[in-house]
Ligand binder design. Structure first.
Ligand SMILES: Nc1ncnc2c1ncn2[C@@H]1O[C@H](COP(=O)(O)OP(=O)(O)O)[C@@H](O)[C@H]1O
Ligand SMILES: [Mg+2]
Length: 366
């Protein structure tokens, strides 16, 4: 079977996506599959590279950064620098193939590209259109978590018109229901871009203005002081499994883009040191959050745990970082599932979901 491994993309997480794709090429079970690499350039062009049949064909992650034209760097050992072919996204349509979208952030993890795969009628790894879109949207996901009875910090959604025309109301609502520090975030971005912490009204104004540079909807949240960040891996479609929880141990206070991806100021502790009761609760909440957004395949559910053991769900990532060293695969490894087996399980889940979907479609035609 063919795997279309799609990576790169227009989001800020372009580089981490390449690392994810590279990790997958190293561990996929080549006795069953061959990989067709499809690289999305930063400006959104789709480029297909030569088929990969074995792990050692690729020298390093950089060799997956293929491009069209002169600076092609898709290099396999025996093909010094083969040039990728520019393709139309829809041209990947084929039988007996599965798509692995190793994409993070807007345009990859938010349901848009999943919609394309649905239209093409192809099986793909991970969440469907709805779960992807909801998982990416910090306002809608919070509304669904609220309905599911999951504990979370208080928040105020701020649509742009509200900020432009009723600013005093925004201040009153934020300061009436939350206390400083507050966290201000664009509704639809990952990787901490556009997020800031506000200690007073002036900073709140600045933070909201900044967040509006990235999205037309903003969320202001109650900031937690010294909360631990605990993450759980979820795997499955209907039969949902959770990993042991892990902790992101920070050496800087605010977990921002720089510290997350550039400085590596974080250490993972797996399993996290938590009471049995807290661990059980977090795993149960992770399943409920996954169900609340109609998740399938995989998700990483992120929580805050305060010093008096209060638990708050922060967010669900439907395509979490997925290199061999990322939290999600590491959580499974500690729970007894290797990276190779995890990839295989995700492919099987994708095929089963596509099968189920085609059964429903046939029923609808009758
Ligand atoms: N309400 C909050 N209280 C305290 N810290 C927060 C809060 N919200 C976010 N953070 C910090 O900011 C980081 C990024 O926020 P998050 O909502 O996870 O956005 P992203 O989608 O970019 O990962 C978190 O990992 C955490 O360190
Ligand atoms: Mg996060």
């Amino acid at each position: 079977m063919k795997i279309f491994l799609i990576y790169g993309g227009k989001s800020a997480e372009h580089d981490i996506s390449i690392l994810t794709a590279y990790s997958i090429t190293q561990e996929v079970y080549y006795q069953y599959y061959e990989i067709e690499p499809v690289y999305i350039t930063r400006d959104g062009q789709w480029v297909k590279g030569p088929v990969i049949h074995q792990a050692d064909k690729l020298r390093n992650a950089e060799s997956l950064r293929l491009s069209v034209g002169k600076e092609a760097v898709f290099a396999q050992k025996d093909q010094e620098s083969s040039i990728g072919v520019l393709i139309e996204p829809s041209s990947i349509k084929s039988e007996d193939a599965v798509i692995f979208p190793a994409l993070h952030g807007p345009n990859g993890e938010d349901g848009t590209v999943q919609g394309l795969f649905e239209v093409l009628g192809m099986p793909y790894v991970g969440a469907g259109v709805l779960a992807s879109a909801v998982g990416m949207d910090k306002i809608v996901s919070k509304q669904l978590f609220q309905q599911a009875g999951l504990p979370q910090v208080p928040y105020v959604p701020v649509p742009k018109r509200y900020w432009l025309h009723q600013r005093e109301d925004v201040y009153n609502r934020c300061e009436g229901t939350l206390i400083y520090p507050m966290f201000v975030k664009p509704a639809n971005l990952g990787s901490s871009v556009g997020i800031s912490k506000a200690e007073n009204r002036e900073e709140l104004t600045e933070a909201i203005n900044l967040a509006f540079q990235y999205d037309r909807r903003v969320i202001v949240e109650q900031g937690l002081q010294e909360a631990r960040e605990i993450e759980v891996a979820v795997l499955g479609n209907d039969d949902i499994h959770t990993s042991v929880p892990g902790e992101l141990v920070k050496s800087v206070e605010f977990y921002d883009y720089e510290s997350k991806y550039i400085n590596n100021d974080v250490r993972m502790q797996i399993p996290a040191t938590l009471s049995e009761e807290t661990t059980e609760k977090i795993r149960e909440y992770a399943v409920r959050a996954f169900q609340a957004i109609d998740g399938s395949g995989l998700s990483r559910c992120d929580f805050f745990v305060t010093s008096n053991s209060e638990i708050f769900i922060n967010e669900v990532n439907t395509m979490p970082g997925f290199t061999q060293f990322s939290m999600y695969p590491s959580l499974w490894k500690q729970t007894g599932l290797s990276y190779g087996d995890l990839i295989e399980e995700l492919i099987q889940l994708a095929l089963r979901r596509a099968e189920e979907r085609s059964q429903y479609q046939q029923k609808n035609h009758q």
